[in-house]
Design a protein around this ligand. Structure first.
Ligand code: IPE
Ligand code: IPE
Ligand code: MG
Length: 247
């Protein structure tokens, strides 16, 4: 098994605290955090990670103070305007997962345009989770199956894990191998609930705006040292037979 994760999923957390420690408004932290996104993409391109999924804005983040949500939307739109051409040039395919209907039309149009522009790129599959929640994701997959049942296209008895897995976000990518959360909190915060079932989890106190390549390398080293058993025994995974007890 490869020791480099094929798919890395990241919760980019700690922007607000990074700014507050500098006695600056939270928004300054979000702006600094946007630069770390580029660093993380560069790191994936350099190490040969095939897919990167970044949690940028959760379903629950809509509940933040209006001025912070407004400023984040401006930052998001600005990043879409600024970064897409360069990412395209570097062979990055960009896609978005989440409840798009909640975004303003200008942002939705930019998101769709970025997806079309980069659709044939294959060097790195970048997915931005925005207005995304793991529970929303599973609910929309269930709704999509229910529609097929109601239309007579699907027998409810045929619904199994494989069929549901095909309707949740990221269905065309391998499941995330490694999950990284910055900012010191050790929780999943409604990120990819279905997709993370067997992902290796790695947490760091480092706040997102100060994340560097050395810390990302440490996460990869830790990942490489782990044995992923997927419910099997260590011997099965190693491909060796367990020693007989009476030997
Ligand atoms: C993560 O940083 C970015 C978003 C959730 C949009 P936070 O804004 O959550 O930063 P902290 O956790 O308050 O420090
Ligand atoms: C998770 O961070 C969401 C994103 C990074 C986009 P939060 O800051 O919203 O998570 P909680 O509220 O601390 O769990
Ligand atoms: Mg946070």
């Amino acid at each position: 098994m490869s020791t480099i994760p094929r798919h890395l999923a990241v919760i980019m957390d700690g922007n607000g605290r990074w700014a507050q420690r500098r006695r600056r408004p939270r928004m300054i932290g979000h702006r600094a955090g946007a630069r770390t996104v580029n660093l993380c993409i560069d790191f994936c391109l350099e190490t040969g990670i095939e897919a990167l999924t970044l949690f940028a804005f959760s379903s629950e983040n809509w509940g933040r103070p209006e001025d912070e949500v407004g400023a984040l939307m401006k930052l998001f739109l600005g990043a879409l305007e600024r970064e897409v051409d360069e990412l395209d040039r570097r062979g990055v395919r960009i896609r978005f997962i989440g409840e798009r209907e909640r975004f303003a039309e200008a942002i939705r149009a930019r998101m769709a345009a970025a997806e079309v522009q980069t659709a044939s790129n294959t060097r790195l599959h970048l997915t931005i989770a925005a207005s995304y929640g793991g529970r929303w994701d599973i609910a929309q997959a269930a709704r999509s199956l229910a529609r097929d049942v109601a239309a007579g296209r699907l027998d409810p008895e045929a619904i199994d894990e494989t069929l549901l897995a095909a309707r949740v976000a990221l269905a065309d990518l391998p499941a995330p191998d490694l999950f990284i959360r910055t900012g010191g909190d050790t929780r999943v915060s409604n990120f990819l609930l279905w997709q993370l079932a067997y992902t290796e989890l790695w947490f760091t106190e480092t706040l997102w705006p100060e994340l560097d390549a050395a810390t990302l390398r440490r996460a990869l080293e830790d990942y490489a040292s782990r044995e992923r058993r997927f419910g099997l025994t260590g011997e099965q995974v190693a491909g060796t037979q367990p020693r007989e007890n009476n030997e």
